[in-house]
Write a protein that binds this ligand. Sequence first.
Ligand code: ADP
Length: 319
Amino acid sequence: MKKIGVLTSGGDAPGMNAAVRAVVRKAIYHELEVYGVYNGYEGLMEGNIKKMELGSVGDIIQRGGTILYSARSNEFKTDAGQQKAIEQMRKIGIEGLIVIGGDGSFRGAEKLTQKGFPCIGVPGTIDNDIPGTDYTIGFDTALNTIVNAVDKIRDTATSHERTYVIEVMGRDAGDLALWAGLANGAESVIIPEQEESFESVVGKLKRGQERGKKHSIIILAEGVGSGVEYGKRIEEETSMDTRVTVLGHIQRGGSPSGYDRVLASRLGAKSVDLLMDGVGGRVVGVENNIVVDHDISKVLSEKHAVNMNMYKLANQLSI
Ligand code: ADP
């Protein structure tokens, strides 16, 4: 393989730029030509593709977002859209593509691979919801953003007797909520993977109040439902003064953490190695601190599992 392409797709995540940088530099190190595709699959179909040089990725390792931009495209979900994308790449002589994104983006990469165009998926999403990797690029940064935000809420909370419901991202996965719950010492963590009755959450709040607790923090994963609704129910049920914070998109932004930069560098580099070996249809990841790769269809057929031992621990530590 002499020419490869790289794109970012779906929801952006801090550390995507560090991954793009690693792909470009690793490819050039091995004397490959590397092309950046702008605006995800949308730009791929339109031929919005530019050759990248060493300098193209200078000064981006610390930047959030993605310099290649991201987009969502319905046309690309069709056979005709995918064929158009392959033709654009063949015109330039690109022989393999690295897709940095989440599971939706990997479905696109799987389709291209099935059509004879080798792709590698690099998990870039704050949700940590991709099977076959302990961490996705962006998760650690988003977690730290939540931890800092909840610390600030706790500062003001100590002055009032209040219950705080904090809604965090994660789509259908509870990882961000669970990790933040442990890191922030929340009274309750509510995640989609584990049903917890409303009565048990309320019971815990009341017991805390009886013990003289000044405030309580409940971290709710967005996959469970609306924080605002949940806060209303709590207030109705307990008559406690309740406040809701929906952290929203601040969780997607910001400079990537040291961990995310290193993870992105390792995974980006591995994806180039795979294409150089003529391998496509894989998703890279890290398991027990070792860089691994798995079959893309297998990754897409599995369901990410939250660590239930950590969930138990969060409950044990918040009695
Ligand atoms: P993420 O990668 O963050 O999960 P999306 O689910 O929005 O984000 O997917 C990003 C893009 O990937 C979509 O806009 C679409 O172009 C492409 N994609 C998603 N699902 C498929 C699919 N089943 N087949 C082909 N392309 C897909």
